[in-house]
Write a protein that binds this ligand. Structure first.
Ligand code: CP3
Length: 344
């Protein structure tokens, strides 16, 4: 019998002698083969919606490095697009969306049942991957958490301080809450369809959770995640879920218990030793090597990688970066990190 996949074993709470490993943005611009396939597709969004090419770029880092998990190639902003927002990417700058700041605009969004019309190619990517991935590789589906998705829908773009979303939250709570609810319910439908199409694990990216403080963190990071996780687990019993409330700091403590997540992904604004003693005590953690090491390499990379492995060696751990790998990273440094994790 083939042993169960290592990522699934870690997610079920097992401490493994060598942590399984994958990397946020592992299919991305630092890889020449990714840049070639993106050029073939035309642009980033065309690549996301071309199931064959999206599956191809998902597989590229698996072929090159043998990661233990493949993450669906898509983007958290496809869901707002499926809900009716305009979405495009400005070269060298990032995403742009039509903005949503009024109750009328929230009410004009499409009903959650209609998102599958736009998102069908994403489910097809997952079906291709379920057939083509090596038997030992876990397939991860994902979505943005409601707060993070809302920050882009309200501002129409990324921002350093999420100021527009905070302003709406603080001045028109009814509209803001209605938007969070629409995203929450649509996210359940989207992720549930991903699982039906072959995703074995779900990851919820709350990249801007760190800017929610106090009660706001509870109301708009914890509660929507808890609602999504409860609904998904009711439909798909036993489905493992990774939550990533990036830069949550003390908010990481108790986050798994409060949301029902099986694993909490940790960014590199906290040390691995702190996360081991405050977060890993209650279950699996993922993380948290600083992505900068993929640019700089050398002995610092070896030392920092060993430090992460050793800090988390006493409990269930999935090795990853603290955030996505950047386009200026050197592919050789990724191999070096993997060799240190697997070879000691
Ligand atoms: O991790 C993976 O390899 C899976 C694919 C994936 C992408 N985006 C591909 C992508 C995932 C999981 C995401 C999530 C995502 N997208 C997040 C949450 C995680 C995080 O990084 O904090 C956010 C906030 C987005 C929104 C988004 N997409 C932004 C802000 C940008 C522009 C910034 C940038 O890096 O250029 C994107 C574009 C994007 N998404 C790229 C990739 C590979 C680069 C696009 C390109 O090829 O030109």
């Amino acid at each position: 019998m083939t042993p169960e996949k290592t990522i699934l074993r870690a997610l079920s709470g097992e401490t493994l002698p060598t942590p399984p490993i994958w990397m946020m943005r592992q299919a991305g611009r630092y890889l020449p083969e990714y840049r070639a396939t993106r050029a073939q597709a035309g642009d980033f969004l065309k690549l996301c919606y071309n199931s064959d090419l999206a599956a191809e770029v998902t597989l590229q880092p698996i072929r090159r490095y043998g990661f233990d998990a493949a993450i669906l190639f898509a983007d958290i902003l496809l869901l707002p697009q499926a809900l009716g927002a305009d979405l495009w990417f400005e070269t060298g700058e990032g995403p742009r969306l039509s903005t949503i700041t009024t109750m009328d605009a929230v009410k004009a969004l499409k009903p959650k049942e209609d998102i599958h019309e736009t998102l069908g190619p994403i489910y097809e990517t997952l079906r291709i991957l379920s057939r083509e991935l090596p038997a030992e590789t876990t397939l991860i589906g994902f979505a943005g958490a409601p707060w993070t998705v809302a920050t882009y829908m309200i501002a129409g773009r990324g921002s350093k301080d999420q100021g527009a979303a905070h302003a709406l939250k603080d001045t028109d709570r009814a509209t803001f809450s209605a938007l969070i609810d629409v995203i929450t319910e649509a996210t359940v439908e989207y992720l549930s369809a991903q699982v039906s199409a072959g995703a074995e694990v779900i990851k919820l990216f709350d990249s801007w959770a760190g800017s929610l403080k106090g009660q706001d963190f509870t109301d708009f990071a914890v509660k929507p995640a808890a609602a999504i996780i409860a609904a998904l687990k009711a439909r798909h019993p036993g489905l493992p879920i990774i939550a990533f409330p990036r830069e949550a700091g003390f908010g990481y403590i108790g986050f798994a218990a409060a949301t029902g997540a099986d694993c909490v992904a940790i960014d590199n604004s906290v040390t691995p030793e702190w996360a081991a003693s405050h977060v890993q005590t209650t279950g699996c953690v993922q993380g948290n090597l600083a992505p900068e090491h993929m640019v700089t390499g050398g002995k610092d990379l070896d030392d920092a990688t060993r430090r992460v492995v050793q800090a988390f060696a006493g409990g269930p751990h999935i090795f990853n970066l603290g955030h996505g790998i950047t386009p200026d990273a050197n592919p050789d440094n990724v191999q070096r990190m993997i060799d240190v994790v697997r070879g000691g």
